[in-house]
Design a protein around this ligand. Structure first.
Ligand SMILES: Cc1cc2nc3c(=O)[nH]c(=O)nc-3n(C[C@H](O)[C@H](O)[C@H](O)COP(=O)(O)O)c2cc1C
Length: 242
């Protein structure tokens, strides 16, 4: 592949949010992980681990996520009493290893709002159709139909560098998936409740659930044609101070 081919290839990867149920062969999943392991890493420590959920394991996690999501969204939709019930029962309240949802900083908020508005607009969900928005977000908890969900854990002992290494690993993995005709969706949503995932794997001490990645073959649903806008590179270049 020449350099133009590379630029075109990386630019052509886009998040997939609707998958076929077609299984992904185990050997192919291993190949994605092997490709991901070629990423650079802090002192070559690879301070992350990956849980692979397919078949019944995938379905169990999804079912528990969906139940919790339903409890949380029903509560939020039913006013003060619903919220109170959520606080008392605690079922559905976020219980993650890392803080998944936090207020967006003022300078980043407009970017988050733009991609949200663009994505929902693209699939004809109006700004004030709260129910439709919630239903679309809820699709995270069935992994958008993907037959594979990977769960990325990072070693807390290396702090930010574990997370940064995991990010490099994830990007290699998602590019490898793209090269193999698979789609992927990194999912912070999959880290909202750690317990249903933790109970499916033997997780060494000190490892925290960072996020999930849904993997599978894309459908031809319109949502998979969505192109999140790219910032102009000048917007991230620091100005020299002289
Ligand atoms: C760490 C991480 C977590 C993400 N979590 C979610 C998620 O929970 N649900 C979702 O639909 N997309 C999620 N995304 C996908 C981003 O929204 C997407 O990458 C971004 O809008 C840019 O679009 P593109 O991937 O198509 O270029 C996540 C991406 C990253 C890197």
């Amino acid at each position: 592949m020449d350099s133009t081919g590379f630029s075109e290839f990386v630019a052509s990867r886009r998040t997939t949010r609707d998958f076929l149920p077609k299984p992904v062969p185990e050997k192919l999943i291993d190949q994605l992980i092997a490709d991901a392991m070629t990423a650079p890493s802090w002192s070559n420590t690879r301070p992350f681990m990956v849980g692979i959920a397919t078949g019944e394991r995938r379905d169990r996690i999804s079912k528990e996520f969906l139940n919790r999501w339903k409890a949380a969204s029903d509560a939020l939709n039913s006013g003060i009493w619903g919220r109170l019930k959520l606080l008392i029962t605690r079922y559905g309240l976020p219980k993650s290893d890392y803080r998944v949802f936090r207020p967006y900083p003022k300078d980043l908020k407009p970017r988050q709002q733009k991609v949200g508005a663009d994505l929902y607009g693209f699939i004809d969900i109006s700004r004030d159709d709260r129910q439709a928005r919630q239903a679309q977000w809820g699709r995270n908890y069935e992994f958008f139909g993907a037959p594979v969900s990977l769960f990325i854990f990072t070693h807390s002992g290396l702090g930010e560098y574990s997370v940064s290494d995991a990010g490099l690993f994830m990007q290699n993995l998602m590019l490898s998936a793209h090269a193999h005709g698979l789609g992927s969706c990194a999912q912070g949503a999959s880290a909202l409740w750690a317990e249903p995932v933790r109970k499916e794997f033997e997780i060494p001490r000190g490892y925290k659930l960072l996020c999930g990645i849904a993997i599978g073959y894309p459908t031809d649903h319109k949502i998979n044609q969505f192109h999140a806008e790219r910032l102009d590179i000048d917007q991230i270049k620091l100005l020299p101070n002289d």
